[in-house]
Design a protein around this ligand. Sequence first.
Ligand code: SAH
Length: 350
Amino acid sequence: MTPLGDILSRQIARTGPMTLADYMSACLLHPDHGYYATRDPLGVAGDFTTAPEISQMFGEMVGLALAQSWMDQGQPTGVLVELGPGRGTLMADILRATKAVPGFHAALDVYLVEASPALRTLQAKAVPQAHHVRSLDEVPEAPLFLIANEFFDALPIRQFIRSGDGWSERVVGLTDGHLSFGLTAPTRLNMLEHRWKTTAEGEMIEHCPALPGLAEEIGRRIADKGGAALVIDYGHWNATGDTFQAVQRHSRADPLAAPGEADLTAHVDFAAIAAAVPCGATAMTAQGVFLERLGITQRAQALADSLQGDALAAHVAAHRRLVHPDEMGGLFQVIGLYPAAGPVPPGLDL
Ligand code: SAH
């Protein structure tokens, strides 16, 4: 058992089983033992990799999409924000790709929203001009151009199984001194009322308590002041089923086995984002389709011209990984948020 596992076991022994959200929150962000709080999971010897770490082309396309939205809205003075910037690679690529867009850098102050002190240090090196904050509330009210890649999947979720005329919650308890999953007795829950029509007896749904408030706040700022947001993640639209997973050293792991030492995620319900925002929301679009529409293949060809041998092979493989429907291109989805009267962010469908 890990040090955090001992802490959580003692807590459960004292106060009873905990929700998956409380477990996930402790595992990811506990100040002394949390997974993100203590390490760089994206490093060379890390546990997982993300699109911006695979190729600079990802950040270039995202940067050009945000710059297009900014130009379409009359080049307002505002803020460029990233939620959960990891190593800062994505924002660094966005800024490099938009250097040539006249006025873009001068008009937008850069804010990085990050909970992990370890990652904040890395981000400050990659993007020295950025302001660091812990939550979106600390970002000034202004036209908002926002990117969140693999951020919403790190927000803690609760899981519920439909049972009779209510829901049983899946919780983390103790069996013979070891962490184990359990189920509460079913109860009626108002907050899940909207899922009643789309589920059947015995089916599991996931609810992310922080998502509606955060999406609402992003959408309110865009509705009030203008701007655009791109949310990119593993996800679905109102689906059912268990997507809670642990990843350690690039492999699936048991989420209860090593608290604080594995990355824990759940797929993002894009329908919940669309339902929470008081601004426009596009349909959910596959990452590969989005990147192709933004011109990633032309960019890949231009970059390929100066590469040979292993570097060329790695570049071709990275492009394929980002766009192919059987790889991240199909696994990851994108939703765009925009002022209700438009314009719609480029590369996305209504
Ligand atoms: N966007 C980056 C990194 C994704 S990893 C990339 O694409 O490479 C998830 C990031 O979100 C990490 O930086 C992590 O520390 C941060 N994070 C997770 N939960 C958070 C929270 N509740 N508040 C702020 N940042 C959080």
